[in-house]
Ligand binder design. Structure first.
Ligand code: NAD
Length: 289
């Protein structure tokens, strides 16, 4: 998709981090932008900020883990702008623990937001994007955790492997439809965002109290220094993603060298019948320059 001016981008998880960086870049490219997020207040603040600098955009509160909410997002986008050319299925949350100890409710939350959201996005948006008969693109945000196996974050890792696999199959399906719609899968290692505070968006229930959530958020703060000092600045995301959209590149790795080392070790294990190559989150690649 070479020509972006005046085209319509829908970006989920657009109130923060990687999604916000994509929305900013889409607006800079002269695209009309639909920003969707579950955090209505932050969405309002960020969309007003971008609108004040001249962006033509629509902010839509949306829970991507809910099929009806994603269906309504597609309808709002089409009613408001008349078309959708770029779909960024980006919203995501993290969490984990020992596989057998993670409450089922937490598994469902992570898989709903990280995996089902992408299925809903493709299900509700692609028919319209295909029938427009114009060039378009889909960017699904996975993770380096979708290309290698990572202990202690099983629901996250599982969801991201699913997004990579879904995107790879989709690439071929869309090519068979004539190739007007491209697809990319974004696989970041550490990027400085609010992902470590994902629990802020987890709904409270009988089994998940406000106190538990506050404790988790407090514990997560230990990552803050790490994220600000070592992680890739989120401002780098725009170039990586929009170059891939223009050049129709499929894999987008933020930390290519380190990521490939892990992927190659995983594949060598497969070939040589070795135990699986495991990368602790602390061994995720941080070298991005
Ligand atoms: N930051 C990293 O290091 C990193 C690494 C690999 C992958 N990712 C992926 O990048 C994507 C973006 O995350 P980020 O790092 O920008 O984190 P972030 O927390 O800064 O942004 C995520 C956004 O998603 C929104 N969101 C959460 N649940 C939602 C829901 N149910 N419906 C709609 N919106 C929802 C949040 O409100 C937030 O605005 C995620 O899919 C994440 O898994 C991030």
């Amino acid at each position: 998709m070479k020509d972006l001016r005046d085209k319509v981008a829908v970006i989920t998880g657009a109130a923060s981090g990687i999604g916000l960086a994509m929305a900013e870049r889409a607006a800079t490219e002269g695209m009309r932008v639909v920003m969707a997020d579950i955090e209505a207040e932050r969405l309002g603040t960020e969309s007003e900020r971008l609108a004040a600098s001249g962006a033509n955009l629509l902010a839509v509160p949306c829970d991507v883990g809910d099929a009806d909410s994603v269906c309504a997002l597609e309808r709002r986008a089409r009613e408001h702008f008349g078309a959708v050319h770029l779909l960024c299925n980006n919203a995501g949350v993290s969490g984990g623990g020992k596989t057998w100890e993670i409450p089922l409710e937490e598994w469902r939350w992570i898989l709903d937001v990280n995996m089902w959201s992408v299925i809903y996005g493709l299900h509700y948006f692609l028919p319209g994007m295909l029938s427009q008969g114009e060039p378009g693109h889909v960017v699904n945000t996975a993770s380096i955790a979708g290309l290698m196996s990572v202990p202690d974050i099983a629901p996250y890792s599982l969801s991201k492997h699913a997004v990579v696999s879904l995107s790879e199959g989709l690439f071929s399906e869309l090519r068979n439809e004539g190739g007007q719609i491209g697809v990319s899968v974004l696989c970041p290692s550490f990027v400085a965002t609010q992902i470590h505070l994902a629990a802020r968006n987890r709904a409270l229930s009988d089994r998940y109290s406000e106190r538990q959530r506050d404790e988790e958020l407090e514990q997560a703060k230990v990552f803050e220094t790490y994220l600000t000092e070592l992680a890739m600045p989120v401002s780098k995301i725009g170039d990586l993603v929009f170059d891939a959209i223009r050049e129709n590149h499929f894999y987008i790795l933020t930390h290519k060298k380190g990521s490939l080392e892990h992927i190659e070790r995983r594949m060598r294990g497969l070939r040589d019948n070795d135990p699986p190559h495991i990368a602790e989150p602390s061994a995720f690649p941080v070298e991005w320059k």
